[in-house]
Design a protein around this ligand. Structure first.
Ligand code: HEC
Length: 148
């Protein structure tokens, strides 16, 4: 009887130890994924898309916008899918519905600059960019909505 008790308690201890190890492992795994997730990935996950309808993408406008953006200074502060001084263009696309009202709003922001929506960093104004061009740029940015 004594022997049985001793053996079963050893068995129990072994079980507890194994369980302990396993839960440590999962904890470490979780920590590891926390480390490997970049700030940009975390930001993308935390974006709540605003409600609103999405128009079909005007591919021609989006392509013109892409060219205008690459000839302007946008990429000094923005990247397509990485956090930089400004939010990734894909994060902006995830947040705002792709329709005329939001393109207008983003065009205003491109022309006037501002801060406070994504953090405290400041987007400089672009007085040299026309409203039409700013809207084409917004077309391109919002066209990234469904791009993986
Ligand atoms: C000096 C750095 C800088 C430059 C240059 C810059 N941006 Fe930004 N941009 C930012 C920052 C910072 C924000 C976030 C502003 C905020 O939180 O309100 C931002 C936000 C935006 C937004 C989202 C606005 C919103 O209200 O959610 C759009 C669209 C945008 N930029 C487009 C552009 C385009 C197009 C250009 C080039 C013409 C450009 N940016 C150039 C820094 C910059």
């Amino acid at each position: 009887m004594k022997c049985f008790l001793w053996r079963s308690s050893v068995f129990c201890l072994a079980l507890i130890a194994a369980q302990g190890c396993r839960s440590d492992e999962t904890k470490n795994d979780r920590k590891a994924t926390g480390f490997t997730k970049t700030a940009s990935e975390k930001m993308m996950e935390n974006i709540e898309p605003l409600p609103g309808k999405n128009d079909p993408i005007d591919i021609e406008a989006a392509q013109q916008g892409e060219v205008l953006i690459s000839y302007s200074d946008c990429y000094t502060c923005h990247k397509a899918d990485k956090l930089s001084v400004g939010p990734p263009f894909k994060a902006i696309a995830k947040r705002y519905p792709a329709n005329g009202a939001y393109r207008e709003m983003l065009a205003q922001k491109i022309m006037l600059g501002g801060s406070g929506i994504w953090g405290s960093a400041v987007m400089i104004p672009h007085p040299g960019i026309s409203r039409e061009d700013a809207k084409l740029m917004a077309h391109y940015i919002l066209s990234l909505k469904n791009n993986p």
